[in-house]
Ligand binder design. Structure first.
Ligand SMILES: [Fe+2]
Ligand SMILES: [Fe+2]
Length: 176
């Protein structure tokens, strides 16, 4: 379902996820499942993503209609729910929202967002610092990764996802 590079990205996340689980005492089995499933549909054709979302009656946001690739997390989450009867809300949310983040206190959701940005194959300015922060504190790491997403979007003239803005405001104390 995915390219070799994508599979390698997920494997690196799994590896880092095990380390992060030991550091922060997370449920490692949830992290492994979430990392191995999160990008299963990342290489799927955008038209197909829209089709699957519509057949499965998933709610499609304006942003996802504009950029269907954004659906890949939501669809992967629904897929493991249907195909493997996964019903753990933390795992499903972590997969659904790994790109945008969500206002949450779940360590699993936070860890997946952090791991996706900081896995050891990622190379961008500041990634080492983000890894260090996340190793010290998952909460602070999540804040820093969300901040990085917004800064990256501004610098590269990209959309800022509504959920990312909601997450940022939540982290600044606005209740969701
Ligand atoms: Fe992804
Ligand atoms: Fe990913």
């Amino acid at each position: 379902m995915v390219s070799r590079q994508r599979a390698a990205h997920m494997e690196r996340m799994e590896e880092d996820g095990k380390k992060l689980s030991r550091i922060h005492n997370l449920d490692e089995s949830k992290i492994i499942l979430a990392t191995c499933a999160h990008d299963l549909f990342r290489d799927t054709n955008p038209d197909k993503l829209l089709k699957i979302a519509s057949v499965w009656k998933l709610q499609i946001t304006k942003e996802e209609r504009y950029l269907p690739l954004l659906l890949h997390g939501k669809i992967a989450s629904e897929y493991i729910k249907r195909r493997f009867s996964v019903d753990d809300a933390e795992i499903l949310d972590a997969i659904s929202y790994h790109t945008s983040g969500i206002p949450t206190n779940s360590k699993i959701v936070k860890a997946l967002v952090v791991l996706d940005t900081t896995e050891h194959g990622r190379k961008f300015d500041g990634v080492k610092k983000l890894r260090e922060i996340a190793c010290k504190s998952l909460d602070t790491g999540y804040d820093a990764v969300i901040k990085n997403k917004i800064a990256y979007a501004l610098i590269h003239d990209l959309l800022i996802l509504e959920k990312t803005v909601q997450t940022w405001n939540y982290l600044k104390g606005l209740s969701s």
